[in-house]
Ligand binder design. Structure first.
Ligand code: SF4
Ligand code: SF4
Length: 427
């Protein structure tokens, strides 16, 4: 039996379940939350502010539907139709006045009890850290406290990833979470305070750092929040408020070091997109995901999510994983087909790998597979114009060039004049 560093006690999985004790092995003890250099986080946030995915990667967001499977494209429209009314309500939720009379007393426990009653897996509270707010949402966020709400995604759907069932599990959770968040905000207003809903999908900030600060989990090597009960299988949402609340503290669940021993998601990623070693990135020590190697896989293979599916913390929960390591020195499920195996279903072009891949087996992709559009809308517009000019015949008629130039200018003008950015992160 290996030595225990400390025991973390968390509320049970569902309301009314007994609390759960998670023993953290000495081998996995690091720091509460995540190692960070706060001054570096300040610097990067000031000099290189975060952008929403829909802004920073607009070029591939526009491209993605063109290679999604027909089923994925159909579901894309269905999901958008469900979510569109919620985006409007969430985006304007911060303007609504409280409906109750404030007592001035701390309402932390009332808010947490309501969240659990509504079905959230976990809830924690911290400061809304403006260093993680997306540049184009800086004027949008109104209140200083962040209520971090994690809603669990269906286990069986997730275990079938990549698949349409897993995508229904993923985006179906958003469709439940959006009205739940609005209900939570109504409740906070009934207590006499303001509340503003951020997410799912239309987030105002990078959510994981605040969830870590609120003690709800730690960052995994798969780039996702590992929660003790459900691993990365949680969809995240923040409500900002001016209600009097008490902040939670970050926790060392042992995940930061567990990932260096486990590495299952790193080994199983079809895109080889996950970093084996931790690096310092924007002031934080983490395993850095390479977006341009992940995105082509996600888009072509039903959202991929293999790194979520194969994570032992998602599959078995932190308590079982840590107890197994204490007894055996091994990572629970590592090397088994049950944990690590996955099937790639046919993608829309018919050109790339399909079939079952067990432990130690990975699909192989050529360079063309990873050649996707890059950058913002402005960069994408410029890149298309450059491509047209590069392919122009030497004797091109000037009038045609003028038409191309005009289209280029019109597109840029539309972006500069405030063309809306989508609230959705689907595709
Ligand atoms: S979603 Fe797929 S491609 Fe992207 S990091 Fe996870 S396993 Fe790799
Ligand atoms: S699969 Fe292993 S390495 Fe990856 S996030 Fe989960 S625990 Fe960490």
């Amino acid at each position: 039996m290996r030595a225990i560093s400390h025991v973390v006690t968390r509320p049970g999985r569902r309301l009314g379940d007994p609390a759960v004790d998670i023993p953290v092995p000495q081998d996995f003890a690091t720091v509460p939350g995540i190692p960070q250099h706060s001054k570096d986080v300040d610097f990067y946030s000031r000099e290189y502010p975060l952008q929403r995915q829909q802004v920073e990667h607009a070029a591939d967001t526009e491209w993605a539907p063109s290679v999604g499977t027909p089923e994925m494209q159909h579901y894309h429209h269905e999901h958008q139709a469900v979510m569109e009314p919620f985006y409007g309500l969430m985006n304007t939720s911060g303007n609504l006045e409280p409906t109750g009379t404030p007592t001035g007393e701390d309402v932390t426990e009332l808010i947490k009890a309501k969240a659990r009653e509504l079905g959230y897996l976990d809830v924690g509270i911290t400061a809304h850290d403006r260093r993680y707010v997306y540049e184009d949402r800086r004027q949008h966020v109104k209140f200083t406290h962040a209520i971090c709400l994690a809603l669990e995604q269906d286990f069986n759907d997730t275990q079938s990833a990549p698949s349409m069932d897993a995508e229904h599990g993923h985006y179906g959770t958003y469709e439940v979470q959006a009205p739940l968040g609005l209900e939570m905000a109504d409740y906070i207003r009934s207590l006499g305070y303001h509340a503003q809903v951020h997410g799912p999908s239309n987030h105002s900030a990078a959510t994981i750092p605040m969830f870590v600060q609120a003690g709800l989990g730690q960052l995994g090597a798969n780039g996702q929040l590992l929660t003790p009960h459900a691993g990365a299988r949680c969809r995240l949402q923040i409500i900002t408020t001016d209600a009097p609340v008490t902040y939670d503290q970050p926790i060392d669940y042992g995940f930061h070091a567990l990932c260096q021993t486990c590495q299952v998601c790193v080994d199983r990623c079809p895109g080889r997109a996950l970093g084996r070693e931790k690096i310092w990135w924007r002031g934080v020590e983490k395993n850095k995901l390479t977006y341009k190697r992940c995105r082509p896989v996600m888009v072509r293979y039903e959202g991929c999510a293999i790194c979520m599916k194969v994570c032992p913390v998602n599959r078995y929960g932190a308590k079982a994983v840590m107890e197994h390591y204490l007894e055996t020195g091994q990572v629970l499920g590592k090397g088994t087909h049950g944990l690590e195996g996955y099937t790639l279903h046919p993608e829309s072009t018919g050109k790339y790998a399909t079939g079952y891949f067990g432990p130690g087996e990975l699909p192989v992709f050529n360079v063309e597979f990873f050649d996707i559009p890059h950058g913002t809308r402005e960069q994408a517009t410029l890149n298309s114009y450059i491509k047209i000019l590069a392919n122009e015949p030497p004797d091109a008629v000037p009038a045609e060039s003028d038409a191309v130039l005009q289209a280029f200018r019109n597109r840029l003008r539309s972006i500069v004049k405030g063309e809306a950015v989508s609230d959705s992160t689907m595709f």
